[in-house]
Design a binder for this molecule. Structure first.
Ligand code: SAM
Ligand code: SF4
Ligand code: SF4
Length: 334
């Protein structure tokens, strides 16, 4: 029987964070003022091993998961990530993907593909270096990320999705340049409303450019029409260029919440299970793994957490809820 939570949502997707560290300091995710030299990142011994991650993945698949996305922090910073990909790729019927800032993709795309990765999503918040730097707070050129995107496509990790978080007054002038850059490229650009994840990015509702406004701005120059969702629970609403130049997505997690269709669980790099991006507490699966739990006990623990799930944060978000203590995006895995 299919596993369902209290709102009848099945467990389908799993995001696994493989590290809480990153080589970027995006202002909306890991602001430099907080994530500085002294920030207490997880220690190596605290991270789940590849064997532990694979065991958990098998348990989630036994409970209905069809798709796993590796994330972080920056997942390509985890040493030998290709070995983990190869271990997960052995699980039958699993759609295996990864989200990255792209910095290390030129070197790693082919090895990831060879290990069995199916696709990648690459984050890129602007088409010009000055705006990109204002968003990620490190001196990293756009051209190098584009090189990573092309390397991924050439390796067969296609179609490549490109995530752009839009923050009003910082990079919203890049909406059109980014649309132009990827129009007709075969890659799928997705605009993400800036979210109040974590407690460090100082989010305000005023910083959000609503998805409807993003679509309006693009369609004024490059006409769009709505396209059908690929599957239930797809976070991005799809729009297609009427001239055949491909499609874009908009992820309206703030202005058009999609909690009623949320089928996603997340595991932090130290093995805590979260059933919402905005959760304050997770369930310690590492303790079960290291405490000698059998496969049956592990499966039952995962099922129990999902059955009890009541999360619908985005449905009830307000300026007030934005100030609640929440785990950071870099920790829980975006
Ligand atoms: N480091 C990788 C990357 O940037 O692609 C993977 C982890 S990152 C946390 C995953 C995704 O979350 C990225 O696409 C990022 O842009 C998005 N993200 C992070 N903080 C966000 C926020 N406050 N609002 C919306 N999206 C956010
Ligand atoms: Fe790093 Fe990704 Fe967060 Fe940017 S969004 S700071 S690249 S983890
Ligand atoms: Fe899912 Fe929580 Fe986001 Fe709602 S707020 S869509 S329950 S992760």
């Amino acid at each position: 029987m299919q596993l369902q939570d209290t709102l009848n949502r099945p467990l389908r997707d799993l995001r696994i964070s493989v590290t809480d560290r990153c080589n970027f300091r995006c202002v909306y995710c890991m602001p430099k003022t907080v994530f500085g030299r002294d920030y207490p990142f997880l220690e190596r011994k605290d991270l789940l091993s590849f064997e532990e991650i694979t065991r958990l993945a098998r348990s989630f698949v036994a409970n209905g998961v069809e798709k796993i996305r590796l994330t972080g922090g920056e997942p390509l910073l985890r040493r030998d990530i290709e070995r983990l990909v190869a271990m997960l790729a052995e699980i039958p019927g699993l759609d295996l993907t990864l989200t990255t800032n792209g910095a290390l993709l030129p070197q790693k795309a082919q090895a990831l593909r060879d290990a069995g990765l199916k696709r990648v999503t690459v984050s890129l918040d602007a088409a010009d270096d000055a705006t990109f730097q204002a968003m990620n707070d490190v001196d990293f050129p756009v051209a190098k990320v584009l090189e990573g995107i092309e390397a991924a496509a050439a390796a067969g990790l296609a179609p490549v999705k490109v995530n752009m978080v839009v923050k009003k007054g910082v990079n919203d002038a890049s909406i059109l340049p980014m649309a132009r850059l990827f129009h007709g490229s075969g890659h799928i650009l997705r605009f993400i409303e800036y979210m109040d994840v974590g407690a460090t990015n100082g989010w305000r509702l005023d910083d959000v450019v609503p998805a409807a406004e993003i679509v309006r701005r693009i369609t004024a120059e490059l006409p769009l029409e709505p396209a059908d969702a690929n599957y239930r629970g797809e976070t991005a609403r799809r729009w297609r260029y009427t001239d055949g130049g491909g499609e874009i997505g908009v992820i309206a997690s703030v202005t058009q919440a999609f909690c009623s269709d949320c089928t996603r669980a997340r595991i932090s790099a130290e093995g805590k299970l979260f059933t919402c991006l905005f959760a304050t507490q997770g369930t310690d699966l590492r303790a079960l793994l290291r405490g000698g739990a059998t496969d049956g006990e592990l499966d039952a623990a995962v099922a129990g957490v999902w059955r009890a799930r009541t999360d619908r944060y985005s449905d009830i978000r307000s300026e007030g809820t934005a100030r609640l203590p929440k785990v950071e995006m870099s920790y829980i895995g975006g």
